[in-house]
Design a binder for this molecule. Structure first.
Ligand code: GLN
Length: 476
C-alpha cells in the first residue's frame, strides 16, 4: 500500500508538467477500482474528475495559475454536498439525492485546483464508529479485512491508508476523523470548531461538527487546512483563519509542556496501546519535552454528556427528512402517514435510536434532568481544559481504548460501540483541535493512534508538533 508523494511535490510536478493532472486522476480512479472489495468509495466521479484534470493541464499550458493544490485528487466523505454527484450520507434516506449546491470546503478545494474523484463510505448520517451503520455495506480495514476501518469516516481513512488518494475529507462530531485514522494507521486532523465551514455538509450535531482532512503527513494536512479554513458567510459559526497559515511551522519538541490526561489511561485501555503511548512519551521526553500527568476529572462524564447533547442535536437536524422536500418518500393517504412512513422506511436503526434519545432528553419534564445537566457538565469540562492549558501546550493520550475490532462484534451492542468514543468526544465538547498520529501496532499488527489536543486556535502549533514528531522520532 504505497502512499502518495508529499502533496507539495505532487503540485510542483504538475506545475512543471513533469506529470499531468490527468495522469494523477487516472491513477486515483484506477486505485478506486483496484481496492473495490474494501468498499471505501461508494461513488466515483469519473467524468467530472477527468474533465477538471484536462482543464488544469490546459491552464498550465496557457501559463494560468492552476492553484495551490493543482491536480491533486481527493475523496470526500459522502456527507459533503458535491455538485452533480449523488450525496447519500450513507443512508437510504438520501439515496439518489443530487444536491443543488456544493459544500464550501469542496468549492475552496476546487478553486485551489484539487480534484474530487469520489465519495467515501460512512455510518449513515455519520452516526457510529465502524461504518457498519452504513446502508452501503461496511468498509473493510486495510490491514485486516475481517475488521472494521472505524467510523464514521471509515471510508476516507481506509482510502488514504490504501493509497487511493493523497488525502480525503472527513467529519468529526465525536471522533469520526481521529478514530478511523487510528484504526487504519493514518493521520486524522480535527480542527478548532468553526475553523472550517460546515456549509454544505450534512449536519449531525451542529455544536460539535468539525470538518477536516485525513492524510499521511502533517504538511499535507496543513496545506489542505490552509485552503479550506476561514470565515464563510454561509456558516455563522466560522472564524478567521490564522494569518500565518498552517503550513511550515516545525515546532521543536524540546521545551514543549505536554500533559498526559490521567483519565485516558485507565484500566479499560488495551495493554498494547498503553505500552505504545508510554514509549512515545519516553521518546518525547528524550527529545526534551516536559511530560507531566494531568487530571481532568470531568472527562469521565464526557461520554454520557456527549450521548445526551449529540442525540438532542441529531433529533433536531434529522427533522428535515420528512419525505416531502427531498430524500426517500413513501406514498400514503394523508400527510401524517407520509411523514411517518417516510421516516420509518428511510432511517436506519441507529438514526431512529438517536432521534428517540434526543427527543426524550429535550422533552418537558426531562429537559432539566438530562439536557440542561449535560450542558452544565459540558461547561465544567471546558473549564477544566482551559485550566489545564494554562500549564500545558498540548494534552495527550490514546485515541481509542482498543484497536480495530472485528466486523459484527459490537453492532448489536450500541453501548459498547459508544464506549470506543470515550477519549475523542471531549475535544468536540470543548471545541479544540485534536489529531490522531500513528505510533505503532499491537500484537495483531493493528495500528495504534496517539491523540494530541491543543487549545482553541492553536491549529498551527498542533500541526507543527505533529510535523516535529514525524521528523524527530520514529513513530512507526
Ligand atoms: N462515534 C461517534 C458517534 O457515533 C462519533 C461520530 C462522529 O464523530 N460523526 O456519535
Amino acid at each position: 500500500m504505497p502512499y502518495w508523494e508529499p502533496i507539495l511535490d505532487i503540485v510542483a510536478n504538475v506545475k512543471s508538467s513533469k506529470t499531468s493532472a490527468l495522469e494523477l486522476v487516472q491513477k486515483a480512479l484506477s486505485n478506486i477500482e483496484k481496492y473495490k472489495e474494501y468498499n471505501s468509495v461508494i461513488t466515483t466521479l469519473e467524468s467530472s474528475a477527468l474533465g477538471r484534470a484536462e482543464q488544469i493541464d490546459k491552464d498550465i499550458e496557457e501559463h494560468k495559475d492552476p492553484g495551490l493544490l493543482a491536480g491533486v485528487p481527493f475523496l470526500a466523505k459522502d456527507n459533503f454536498l458535491v455538485l452533480g454527484a449523488e450525496t447519500t450520507a450513507g443512508s437510504n434516506m438520501l439515496r439518489g439525492f443530487i444536491p443543488p449546491y456544493q459544500a464550501t470546503a469542496i468549492n475552496k478545494l476546487e478553486a485551489a485546483g484539487a480534484i474530487c474523484v469520489g465519495k467515501t463510505n460512512l455510518d449513515a448520517f455519520a452516526h457510529g464508529g465502524s461504518t457498519e451503520n452504513s446502508d452501503f455495506g461496511v468498509t473493510l480495514n486495510p490491514i485486516d479485512k475481517t475488521r472494521v476501518s472505524g467510523g464514521s469516516s471509515g471510508g476516507s481513512a481506509a482510502a488514504v491508508a490504501l493509497g487511493i488518494v493523497p488525502f480525503a475529507l472527513g467529519t468529526d462530531t465525536g471522533g469520526s476523523i481521529r478514530q478511523p485514522s487510528a484504526f487504519c494507521g493514518v493521520v486524522g486532523y480535527k480542527p478548532t470548531y468553526g475553523l472550517v465551514s460546515r456549509s454544505g455538509v450534512v449536519a449531525m450535531g451542529s455544536s460539535l461538527d468539525s470538518i477536516g482532512p485525513i492524510g499521511t503527513r502533517s504538511d499535507d494536512l496543513a496545506l489542505v487546512l490552509d485552503v479550506i479554513s476561514g470565515r464563510d458567510e454561509l456558516d455563522a459559526t466560522t472564524i478567521e483563519k490564522n494569518p500565518l497559515g498552517y503550513l511550515g511551522l516545525n515546532s521543536v519538541i524540546k521545551g514543549q509542556r505536554i500533559g498526559v490526561v490521567k483519565e485516558f489511561l485507565g484500566n479499560g485501555v488495551a495493554p498494547d496501546i498503553r505500552k505504545a503511548v508510554d514509549s512515545v512519551l519516553d521518546l518525547l521526553k528524550d527529545k526534551g519535552a516536559q511530560i507531566d500527568e494531568v487530571s481532568l476529572p470531568s472527562t469521565s462524564l464526557a461520554l454520557v454528556c456527549y450521548y445526551i447533547i449529540c442525540p438532542a442535536e441529531v433529533s433536531s437536524n434529522l427533522s428535515r427528512y420528512d419525505g416531502q422536500r427531498y430524500g426517500y418518500s413513501s406514498n400514503a393517504d394523508d400527510l401524517e402517514h407520509s411523514y411517518l412512513n417516510s421516516r420509518a422506511g428511510g432511517f436506519g436503526k441507529e438514526a431512529k435510536r438517536r432521534i428517540m434519545i434526543g427527543n426524550f432528553v429535550l422533552s418537558s419534564g426531562y429537559y432539566d434532568a438530562y439536557y440542561k445537566k449535560a450542558q452544565t457538565v459540558r461547561t465544567k469540562i471546558i473549564n477544566e481544559f482551559n485550566q489545564a492549558f494554562m500549564n500545558f501546550d498540548f494534552l495527550v493520550g490514546p485515541v481509542t481504548p482498543i484497536t480495530a475490532f472485528k466486523i459484527g462484534s459490537k453492532i448489536d451492542d450500541p453501548v459498547s460501540m459508544y464506549l470506543a468514543d470515550e477519549m475523542t468526544v471531549s475535544a468536540n465538547l470543548v471545541g479544540i483541535p485534536s489529531v490522531s498520529v500513528p505510533i505503532g501496532v499491537d500484537t495483531d499488527k493493528l495500528p495504534i493512534g496517539f491523540q494530541i489536543m491543543a487549545p482553541q486556535n492553536k491549529d498551527r502549533e498542533l500541526l507543527g508538533m505533529v510535523k516535529a514528531m514525524q521528523e524527530e522520532i520514529d513513530v512507526s
